[in-house]
Write a protein that binds this ligand. Structure first.
Ligand SMILES: [Zn+2]
Length: 231
């Protein structure tokens, strides 16, 4: 049987289309159930988990290819995350990986994904503030860390991840005039790179939605007393 030229053309176009779509590297494609409820430490609060959204995001990796990952964040901030990742993608700001803490690849690096050797970008994580007993804003789904290795947490001699360097001109590094930092600030997120007292946390962004200040404060205190009661 002879194949008609227009059918051959459509087949070719379909194949090219497939190749373009499959050119995206899938870093994370978990279900909400897996991303929010699997591999969680003890003491996680169900009322926080209920409010978490799993946002699919696209970004350029350091390999120059487009990747697809997922951020777990409070549902009230999901639209902000989409807008910010639009800037990340359009400006080709490279991101190493964006996996939920519950992702098996992160879990393999340490219990509950808290390994210091990860350069993963993530939102929700049930944990206290570094070096402190108070519950972190990450535990309420109100914070995001971006490229920790390029944007370390520095407090005196403590640098996390260990041996990370803050080199403002290196790709994937956040600075005050970076379009990514500006996009966050336009949406009223606070940047840890602006913190000058005791510590600076270049990877970290957080946002308390308007009117939630008291709730967030109470929640962190109550959760803390719950955590200590469990000890
Ligand atoms: Zn953080």
């Amino acid at each position: 049987m002879k194949i008609k030229p227009h059918i051959a053309l459509y087949t070719l176009l379909a194949l090219v289309g497939y190749a373009c779509t499959s050119g995206i590297v899938t870093d994370s494609h978990l279900t909400r159930e897996e991303a929010v409820y699997s591999n969680q430490p003890p003491g996680v609060m169900a009322s926080v988990q209920e409010k978490l959204a799993v946002v699919d995001v696209r970004y350029y990796g350091f390999d120059g290819r487009i990747h697809q990952g997922q951020i777990v964040i409070h549902e009230a901030l999901a639209a902000d995350i989409l807008q910010i990742f639009d800037v990340i993608l359009q400006t080709r700001f490279p991101v190493e990986s964006v996996l939920p803490i519950a992702h098996p690849l992160i879990q393999r690096k340490g219990p509950y994904g808290l390994s210091s050797d990860t350069n993963n970008t993530s939102g929700y994580a049930w944990r206290p503030v570094t070096g402190c007993k108070q519950l972190s804003m990450h535990a309420l789904g109100l914070a995001v860390d971006i490229n920790p290795r390029q944007n370390p947490y520095i407090s005196g001699a403590l640098i996390l991840p260990p041996r990370a360097m803050y080199e403002p001109s290196a790709p994937g590094t956040l600075t005050a005039d970076s379009p990514v930092v500006r996009a966050f600030k336009q949406l009223r997120w606070e940047w840890g790179g602006d913190w000058k007292e005791r510590r600076v946390d270049y990877m970290h962004f957080q946002k308390v939605p308007p009117g939630w200040e008291q709730w967030t404060g109470l929640y962190r205190k109550e959760s803390l007393s719950k955590m200590s009661a469990q000890k």
